[in-house]
Design a protein around this ligand. Structure first.
Ligand code: SPQ
Length: 425
């Protein structure tokens, strides 16, 4: 796809529902008694993979666009899948489901596409094995396919070496089936949607500092869930409006959970004009409308406990940094190397193609901003977040940019290019 539009962004946009919350609504709805009704569900390919896995385990799920109804069968109501479960491109599906599958009274297996089969699963194999789960990597390389056989789980206290909501959620979900309390301590707090939603469904979950604890065998009850807009998707329009002069955009109904809002804090530290309006609670999740207008940005430092709160926004933050005055240093973000692509290497490679001055480091990037960038051919390595980040860079660069494999955005945002164009008319 060739991108050559350059107009300011103006108007109002409601981005699609949050990907992390959409996944969890199906998973917890399936494990609850009764019906769970979800509105503003994200129809991205990753969340559809989660629906398909639960259908294969006998859960009735009706989906009509972004409205989803899940007929839960309780904690012990899943049926043995006839085939290996397929998580597609979704790390969240494999890792959270492996915690659920470890607690079932049947054997199962789960895999995904070529990218998923390279992503590290030792991070869930280790704690699940400590819980007495029978789970292993079929190829012996600590990656999917994962095979799981029935066993009785014991509650543990797991100290995770990484701040990862997927690891934390996997262990807490296995904890639903354990013989005692299960807790996870992480180095810094990662997104807490599982804790909030499990509590909303009736589970006994507590959070204290960087530790989350769950008690086993709760009675989960189906709920109504209105999924807030995904801040990780809003991030692209927010960045585009900041960069293209003359822009003013209102992004409505965006989730601003403090474990996800690091992008807003960093942009404000870079000099961005962003105001939060109509701040409210949507079920258990805080959300707001974001009014964003073009701003002149300066470099900043991004590291430490902020990283998990903006991990998926770092690619588009790197784009902002390339256009900002001065230097931006991103550190403590080695996790970027094990996402859908190695996001440090792929961002550095493509920003350099556009003429930016970037050095990739072991755990981040150093970006010396303020150069004017030019259009280029961008290879996102099939990573949705890289493709969308460079669609933003293209708007602020001179000349034409071509994004290869542009369709990979369907993973988290099928209507992305259409929504972007709608703000430029
Ligand atoms: O699901 P997947 O493929 O891992 O998706 C990504 C993304 O960019 O969409 C990461 F590649 O988001 C993760 C996120 O990085 C979704 C997630 C969640 O829903 O729990 C948590 C984060 O991953 P992690 O490993 O830090 O827990």
């Amino acid at each position: 796809m060739i991108l050559n539009y350059k107009a300011p962004l103006r108007g109002t946009l409601a981005v699609p529902g949050d990907k992390s919350i959409s996944h969890r609504s199906v998973m917890f709805g399936a494990l609850a008694q009764g019906t769970t009704e979800v509105s503003n569900f994200l129809t991205g390919a990753d969340c559809l993979s989660t629906i398909s896995c639960f259908r294969q385990m006998g859960i009735g799920i009706e989906q009509s666009g972004s409205s989803v109804r899940i007929h839960g069968k309780g904690l012990h109501g899943l049926q043995q899948p006839q085939q290996m479960l397929d998580a597609g491109n979704s790390g969240t599906t494999v890792r959270l489901l492996s915690g659920i599958l470890a607690g079932q009274a049947f054997d199962s297996a789960i895999t995904g596409d070529a990218s998923i089969q390279k992503r590290p699963m030792k991070r869930v194999l280790t704690p699940l094995t400590q819980m007495n789960a029978q789970i292993s990597s079929l190829s012996g390389n600590d990656c999917a396919p994962l095979v799981i056989s029935h066993s009785s789980l014991r509650g543990i206290h797991y100290v995770s070496p990484v701040a990862s909501a997927q690891v934390k959620s996997c262990v807490l979900l296995a904890g639903l089936y354990a013989d005692g309390s299960t807790s996870v301590t992480e180095p810094t707090v990662s997104r807490n949607h599982s804790e909030l939603m499990l509590r909303y469904f009736g589970a006994e979950v507590t959070s204290e500092g960087t530790t989350a604890t769950i008690q086993p065998q709760p009675h989960l009850t189906g709920q109504k869930i209105e999924v807030p807009g995904d801040i990780s998707s809003a991030a692209y329009f927010l960045a585009a409006a900041l960069l293209v002069s003359g822009s003013e955009v209102l992004l409505t109904n965006v989730g601003i959970n403090p474990t996800r809002d690091g992008m807003l804090r960093v942009c404000q530290a870079m000099g961005a004009n962003i105001s939060l309006q109509n701040v409210r609670l949507d079920g258990a999740e805080p959300c707001a409308d974001l009014l964003v207008s073009s701003s002149s940005l300066h470099g900043t430092e991004i590291g430490g406990a902020l990283i998990p709160t903006l991990i998926d926004e770092l690619p588009v933050l790197a784009v902002l940094a390339a256009f900002a005055d001065g230097e931006t240093v991103i550190r403590d973000a080695a996790e970027l190397k094990v996402k859908e692509s190695d996001r440090i290497a792929v961002m550095a490679e493509n920003l350099t193609r556009m003429g930016a001055d970037v050095t990739a480091t072991e755990d981040g990037m150093i970006i010396r901003g303020g150069r004017s960038l030019h259009g280029a051919v961008i290879d996102p390595h099939l990573d949705h977040r890289i493709a969308m980040s460079f669609a933003v860079a293209a708007l602020a660069a001179e000349g034409e940019t071509e994004i290869l494999q542009e369709d990979c955005v369907r993973i988290s945002y099928p209507g992305f290019y259409k929504d972007l164009e709608s703000l430029m008319r």
